[in-house]
Design a protein around this ligand. Structure first.
Ligand SMILES: [Zn+2]
Length: 68
């Protein structure tokens, strides 16, 4: 199974939508754990990379960041 790649500022679409109805999250911090923010309500959660890799359905690269 290929690992999804994502970077700071990218939007990730998760398999399971947040209770607010939004399934898009922005990556706001990268580290051993990754912090993401719900694009609709602004709720923030921290996930381990493994948890996030499993949860991601799709990655939408941030606008303007061509250099990856
Ligand atoms: Zn939300």
């Amino acid at each position: 199974m290929p690992q999804p790649t994502y970077h700071l500022g990218d939007v990730v679409v998760l398999r399971k939508a947040h209770p607010c109805g939004c399934d898009r999250w922005t990556v706001i911090r990268m580290g051993a754990d990754v912090r993401i923010k719900c694009n609709r309500c602004g709720h923030r959660v921290m996930l381990s990379r493994n948890e996030l890799n499993r949860a991601i359905r799709k990655v939408e690269t941030a606008v303007g960041s061509d250099l990856h």
